[in-house]
Ligand binder design. Sequence first.
Ligand SMILES: Nc1ccn([C@@H]2O[C@H](COP(=O)(O)OP(=O)(O)OP(=O)(O)O)[C@@H](O)[C@H]2O)c(=O)n1
Ligand SMILES: [Mg+2]
Length: 363
Amino acid sequence: MKTYLVGGAVRDKLLGIEPLEHDWVVVGASAEEMERQGFQQVGKDFPVFLHPQTQEEYALARTERKAGKGYKGFTVNADRSVTLEQDLSRRDLTINAIAEDPDGNLIDPFGGQRDIRQRLLRHVSDAFVEDPLRVLRIARFWARFAHLGFQVADETLALLAQMVASGELQHLTPERVWKEWEKALATQAPDKFLQLLVTLNAEKQVFPELQITQQVLQHQRQVSALTKDTILRFASLFISQPQRFDVAAFCRRLAVPNRYKEAAQLAQAQQVLLLQTDTISSEQYFNLLGELDYWRRPERLNQWLMLKTALQPGIPQQRVRQAAATAATVTAQELLQQGFTGKALGEALTRRRRQVFLEQLER
Ligand SMILES: Nc1ccn([C@@H]2O[C@H](COP(=O)(O)OP(=O)(O)OP(=O)(O)O)[C@@H](O)[C@H]2O)c(=O)n1
Ligand SMILES: [Mg+2]
C-alpha cells in the first residue's frame, strides 16, 4: 500500500500558496485494510476515509464511469489493482492531477506542471464531460486563479460549451450548485465565476432568474474589492435586479442559507438609495434606520454601509454609525417614566431618536 498527496495541496504548493487542506490517495489497499488501520469511511458512494489522527481525507485510488443521469449515475471501481495513473486520469484539470510521493517526487502524467507554468486550466481527458458540475468548478478555479494569470485552455472552453449545450447542467442539484457558488464567492474574483458562466450560457441552466448584466458584474467587483464577506458579495448581485425579482423564492429554490437571503433582500429593497448618486440627506439616513429595522437589528446598518461605500466611497460611514448608536440609547423605558403610553409612546420614541440622530449627524 502506498500513499500520495494529490489534488489542491500539490497544486497550491507548486503555485507557492499555502494549501487549504490535504487530500491523499491510497494505492494497493482495500476498504477493510483501511478500517483495520483505524481509518473511518466517510463517503457512502466513494471509498473515502478519514485519518484517525489528522482527520484528513484518504481516498482509495479509483476509476469512475458515468452510467446514468445526475450525480448518482457513476459506477466506481476501487479495487486494489487500480493504479495511481488511472486515478489521476479521471480528475478534472491537469493542474489538479499531480501526485507527490512520500519522498517528494512528483508524478505528473498529464503535464500539470507545464500547465502551471503556462497558467492554463486544461482538462485531463475526454472523460471530463461526464461530470457537469465541472463547468461550475472550472469557473470557480478561474475566479480563484485569474489574478495569477490563469486562463481556460481553448480546447477546455470548447468542451465546457459542449457540456452546457447538452443541457446536463439542469440535472445538478441546488445544493451542489450553491456549494460551488459559495466557494466562488470566497475567491479573489467572484465576478469571473459569473462571467465565465455567462460566456458559456450556463447561467441560464443553473440560475435563470438572475440577470447578470454588466452593472451586476460591476457591483460584484466593487463589493468584492472592499470585503471578503461572502454574504455581502452575494447581496451585491441584487442591487440592480428588477423590483419584481423574487429574492426569497430564488434563495429557497437554490437552498441558499437565510443569512445570505436576508442580506440579498436588504440589497434589493434598498436599491434606490444604494444607487442614488446625489448626497444622502440626514433625513434619508434617519428613514433608512427605520427601513432596516436598525433598532432591533443594528448589524443591518453595517451591511448597508458596506454596500453603499463599495458603490460610492466617501460616505460618512463612521458618523452615521455613531449617530445611530447614540439615538439607540433613547429607550422606551425612560419615555414610559415620563408618562408616555400606547401610540403616543411610539411616536415620542421616534421623535426623540430622530432629534438625537440629526443633532449627532450634523454636529
Ligand atoms: N468534480 C471533481 C471534484 C474533484 N476532483 C478531483 O479531486 C481533487 C480534490 O477535490 P477538491 O478538494 O474539491 O478540490 P481541490 O483541487 O483540492 O481544491 P481546494 O483547494 O479547493 O480543496 C481535485 O484536485 C481533483 O483532482 C475532480 O476531478 N472532479
Ligand atoms: Mg481539496
